[in-house]
Write a protein of this length. Structure first.
Length: 219
């Protein structure tokens, strides 16, 4: 599920055309920070993780499979799609509000939804490890972020303060588009879905987790 090389090559070619004199190493280094900002502010990179809970155990180490770093917890549901109150005070470690009273039956784990961002190391060619849908979906917005960040650097052949402001504004708009799409599960013309209040799980210490998914477990 890593990025398609053809998509990355096309992205780099677009960047080279607009950033005359910039080195590939410089572009890739700035791209990494651009992607971090994009993912961390948009919450668009999510992953579903199965967690087999044990009686009396509250803490579980989460192991993402897409090559990213977990930065936020979205939701936890049990085998009946009922929301489970949980926290993530330590990034990458799920902490349940209440210790399970029974071990997960075979094939029926808790399903945890998390938000991820890019992390080091990259590939040997300095290509960030991200899902293959990112550039085809949001490549133009990410390019705006890259151009804005690089054009704002002083005393470079590609420096351009006016265009930097222009591209960074478009980048922030792109982040908002991605954030809205993620919050609506990419549905068109639909409001963000939330479990009815009487089905919400809440403890005295907080930790309300919005129920998800609306109907069955998505693939």
């Amino acid at each position: 599920m890593t990025i398609n090389k053809l998509d990355f090559d096309q992205f780099m070619n677009q960047a080279r055309i607009k950033l005359t004199g910039a080195s590939d190493a410089g572009i890739k280094a700035e791209l990494y920070d651009t992607l971090r900002e994009f993912f961390e502010d948009s919450n668009c990179w999510t992953e579903l993780l199965d967690v087999n809970v044990q009686v009396g155990v509250r803490d579980y180490l989460l192991n993402p499979l897409q090559g990213g770093m977990i930065i936020r917890l979205v939701s936890v549901i049990d085998k009946s799609f009922f929301p489970i109150a949980a926290f993530m005070p330590v990034l990458g470690t799920l902490t349940l509000l209440n210790a399970p009273s029974q071990t997960s039956p075979p094939g029926n784990p808790y399903v945890v939804k998390v938000v991820e961002t890019v992390k080091l190391p990259t590939t040997k060619d300095m290509i960030p490890i991200i899902p293959d849908w990112v550039f085809p979906t949001y490549g133009l917005h990410i390019l705006d972020g890259l151009l804005g960040r690089m054009m704002s650097q002083p005393n470079k052949s590609f420096s351009n303060a006016t265009m930097a402001v222009y591209h960074l504004k478009r980048f922030r708009t792109g982040i908002q588009i991605a954030r809205t799409a993620a919050s609506r599960e990419n549905l068109v013309g639909a409001q963000s879905w939330a479990f009815p209040n009487n089905f919400r799980t809440e403890g005295q210490r907080g930790g309300v987790v919005t129920a998800w998914p609306p109907a069955g477990r998505p693939l």
